[in-house]
Design a protein around this ligand. Structure first.
Ligand code: BYC
Length: 330
């Protein structure tokens, strides 16, 4: 099992013969399919990897509100506005479940927030692209939430209990998000020629950035081998990307739209689509902070944090007064 994972990802994991007894016992628990809970012993690297992944995931949910929040005031109908508002609020909730899961690993939410705001921690590359018109709300829901589901459904079985449990509820909500996006695409693709063009244009711009969401190719993925050995990740980046393409291309065909990749063709032998790799130099540039909206996104989050200071201070003052009254009454 081990050897197979190392081979498939091309990166090394600690050999069982080099592990301490405690590390070996931990790995055996993982291999048996045990859930690891906050008070259980865990290797420091396991804890840090989880904080990195869950923290990035939480930040993605929070920053992910910005591209869609941009269109709430301009939704074409009251019904679309109510749906989009509910979806964006769901993303805030996902962020909160995930920050809570990360806190069980001994990092505070304030620390995680500070690391996001200073640019030290990452969030998903996809949210550094702009949403230019209403069709993008369809493409984001369909493709971005669709890619998120593909990645997150297996994470319901991840080895760390609080992360796996947070993922159950998140996945239910993501499924509604994906359907609302596809519903917008259906309306536009079956609408006027101008609306259909907008839908095609949104697909053209979102396709490759959505493929990048799964992370670099397995050969370039530095964390996959260890994360898969620990069942923090259940599948490799390339496996999930392939599954996503296999599911999404027929959905595009149903809409009468074309994925922007002339090399995307069914391959009978492998039982999946062949497709072109995204431009990985663009991906690495975006995650280094040089995407079209990185500066804008971080500025928006920093402003929200600064503007919200009086609320946090008020809540703290209220909590302190309440606690003082409770102590005085004892
Ligand atoms: N964006 O060794 P690798 C959502 C980084 S959806 C930015 O393969 P790993 C939402 C990676 O962090 C999105 N950075 O890493 C949807 C590492 O850098 P560091 C959130 C990326 O961790 C709709 C380096 O590249 N979902 O929330 O094994 C609406 C090497 O990569 C990306 C999750 O976070 C990327 N796309 O695998 C609202 C799911 N890809 O950290 C919200 C959970 C890679 O060494 N996360 N990098 O500096 C995961 O499954 C994994 O963390 C990843 C990356 C597949 C993303």
């Amino acid at each position: 099992m081990y050897a197979q994972m190392v081979k498939s990802t091309g990166q090394g994991v600690k050999d069982p013969s080099e592990m301490t007894d405690q590390e070996r016992a931990f790995q055996e628990r993982i291999d048996r399919g045990d859930r690891i809970e906050p008070k259980d012993w865990m290797p420091e690297h396991y804890r840090k990897t989880l904080i990195r992944q869950i923290g990035q995931h939480a930040h993605s949910e929070i920053v992910g509100q910005l591209p869609e929040g941009n269109w709430i005031t301009r939704a074409p109908t009251l019904e679309r506005k109510a749906i989009l508002l509910a979806k964006v609020q769901d993303e805030a909730g996902h962020g909160l479940y995930l920050y809570c899961a990360a806190e069980t690993l001994g990092v505070s939410r304030d620390q995680l927030t500070e690391d996001l705001l200073s640019g030290k921690m990452k969030y998903s590359s996809i949210f550094n692209y702009p949403t230019l018109n209403w069709a993008d709300m369809g493409a984001v829901g369909w493709l971005v939430d669709g890619a998120a589901i593909m990645n997150q459904v297996p994470l319901q079985r991840t080895s760390y209990g609080p992360y796996a449990r947070a993922m159950v509820r998140i996945c239910k909500e993501e499924s509604f998000h994906q359907r609302q996006g596809y519903d917008i695409m259906m309306k536009m693709a079956k609408g006027t020629p101008a609306q259909k063009n907008m839908a095609q244009d949104a697909l053209n711009r979102t396709w490759f950035p959505a493929l990048m969401m799964f992370g670099p190719s397995d050969a370039e993925s530095v964390h996959s081998a260890q994360s898969m050995a620990w069942k923090i990740k259940m599948n490799s980046n390339d496996e999930l990307r392939q599954k996503f393409v296999n599911e999404t291309v027929p959905q595009a065909e149903f809409l009468g739209l074309t994925v922007p990749d002339p090399d995307c063709k069914w391959n009978e032998e492998k039982g999946g689509y062949d497709f072109s790799e995204p431009d990985w130099s663009e991906f690495f540039d975006v995650i280094k902070g040089n995407g079209p909206c990185n500066t804008e996104r971080l500025a928006a989050r920093n402003k929200a944090w600064d503007d919200g200071k009086w609320v946090r201070d008020g809540l703290m003052a209220h909590a302190e007064k309440k606690e003082a009254r409770r102590v005085a009454a004892e």
